[in-house]
Design a protein around this ligand. Sequence first.
Ligand SMILES: N[C@@H](CCC(=O)N[C@@H](CS)C(=O)NCC(=O)O)C(=O)O
Length: 219
Amino acid sequence: MPVQLYHHKLSAPARVVRIVAKQIGLSLEEKEIDLLSGEHMKPEFLAINPFHCVPTLVHDGFALWESRPICTYLVDKFAHGHSLYPTDLRKRATIDRWLYWDSGTFFSSLKAYYMPAIPGKSFQPEAAELFKKNASALDESLKNTKYVAGDKLSVADISITVTVTLSTAIGIDTSELKNVQKWLKQVETDLKPSTWQTLVIDPANGLADLLKSMASKSS
Ligand SMILES: N[C@@H](CCC(=O)N[C@@H](CS)C(=O)NCC(=O)O)C(=O)O
């Protein structure tokens, strides 16, 4: 059975899943959902995911949404024991901690900055300050470890990399965070060839351009 992934090419959480799949050599049947025209609200997609968000995975009749559990499911199912999400309970718990932090705190603070632009309002500078505070905490933590959860690249690095690179694309400057910058270079090196440009940088810039055009319409 093919593993299907409903996604949008500019969606940050969907890109995290696509990068993880590529790292473990898993070929996905990618099905693009046009969020801008409201395809995600059509009955066909709502029947798969009543929460109408991408990424949504369908594997053998099993539907799963939320990017981070999709990533850990894929590694466990198709690359069990891989260092991206190892089986050791404490290593796994540490990775989970970073995934939850990204979802609940870090990426959330970035969304608070840019989401108001989507209905045509403006970016929220005070949310950018909170994001930068969170990025500084990440920088502090990366003083002690090569990767966010220890000495090996994990799904948490991929998730957080997508968050940081999107923030840069939309104009939040974290270039002074030297540990973060060094870690990003390391992640870039560790990703499979062409991934950095095609699944990290280009779509982050694409989303940034879209957001800027939407935000500017309100002024
Ligand atoms: N926490 C979710 C966020 C998913 C999400 O917000 N996806 C956006 C695209 S980036 C979406 O599908 N928006 C349309 C909607 O939720 O109706 C995840 O990590 O998968």
